[in-house]
Ligand binder design. Structure first.
Ligand SMILES: [Zn+2]
Length: 320
């Protein structure tokens, strides 16, 4: 049996060990291998792949500007993403991430304020993958109608309404690292667009709305509108993330996951209410605006760009 005195000695030994390791890491601190500037702070990535991160609380529709700009600068990706409260896919699936050139680390979990929380603590009943002749983009979790569904990570609600294409009542949250999570078939929303949520906040009640046969939560993780197998990030059995970081590379996405072609030789194309224009050599924002009977500021707003942003030939601009 352990005596009280032994216990105290053990406790002291642990405290000393802890203090020593703190001193050690302060004196011989981890080497920083990468740093990303954001609007409101900085993300430092250390050699051992841990990192520190400050949240962007004055969100303008792009959570991680550095990541956004890196993707936008990759001419292989037909990059669009905007902040839209009415559209599920703000790129209209034109982001061809299969063409991604670079690999980069994405911070999945912030140990300080944005640790992962299970959206609902239930049994996984269906996985991401091919099902009934098409791809099932989410992970289904069993629940009863009325059960509380929670935000998996902190972020900002982009979409919270009834969706007629099968999701039923749907909440979409954009997270600070650029990932979005989808919570579908809800019986009720508990949040509104533009609302800031913390990981674990109730965002809706489980249900059976939309194309659903029996109450369950359909949960998706998307990277710039392209679905990723949530189980590559989350260990649903142990209710935790596999790793604090995710290596983003083209192999993360299934081949052909972005096949919608919006390009058109005759100029602008229209899909589901949104209209796009493919930038050609010599185009200017004001010329595009005039030709499409809109304004430069409207185009900037729709595409999350500035009037001074350099236009990339071949990229699609949303004009409506
Ligand atoms: Zn599902």
């Amino acid at each position: 049996m352990r005596t009280k005195q032994n216990w105290n000695i053990e406790k002291m030994r642990f405290t000393l060990l802890f203090l020593f390791s703190l001193l050690f890491s302060a004196a011989f601190g981890q080497k920083i291998i990468d740093s990303l500037d954001t609007e409101d702070g900085k993300i430092l990535i250390y050699e051992n792949r841990t990192w520190t991160y400050e949240h962007d609380r004055n969100f303008d529709g792009i959570m991680n500007r550095q990541l956004h700009e890196q993707l936008a600068a990759d001419s292989n990706i037909n990059f669009i993403q905007s902040w839209d409260q009415d559209l599920c896919y703000t790129s209209n699936l034109a982001n061809d991430v299969n063409q991604i050139k670079d690999t980069f680390w994405l911070c999945v979990e912030d140990s300080v304020s944005s640790a992962f929380v299970m959206p609902f603590d239930g049994r996984v009943t269906s996985h991401y993958g091919w099902r009934h002749g098409r791809n099932h983009n989410g992970t289904d979790i069993d629940l009863e109608t009325g059960d509380t569904v929670r935000a998996a990570w902190s972020g900002k609600v982009r979409y919270a309404k009834y969706n007629t294409s099968g999701f039923g009542n749907l909440v979409i949250i954009r997270h600070y690292n650029g990932l979005e999570t989808f919570y579908a078939h809800l019986s009720k929303h508990l949040v509104v667009p533009n609302q800031i949520v913390e990981a674990g906040d109730p965002i809706g009640l489980g249900g059976n709305t939309g194309h659903s046969y029996g109450s369950h939560l359909h949960f998706e993780v998307r990277f710039y509108d392209i679905p990723i197998d949530a189980e590559k990030i989350i260990d649903f059995e142990n209710k935790t993330v596999h790793d604090q970081n995710l290596l983003v590379h083209r192999g993360l996405f299934r081949p052909g996951s972005s096949t919608t072609t919006l390009a058109s030789s005759s100029g602008s194309t229209s899909t589901a209410g949104a209209q796009y224009y493919r930038i050609r050599s010599g185009d200017t924002l004001s010329a595009i605006a005039a030709r499409n009977r809109t304004t430069v500021s409207k185009i900037c707003q729709l595409n999350g760009i500035r009037p001074t942003t350099v236009l990339q030939v071949g990229r699609n601009l949303r004009i409506r």
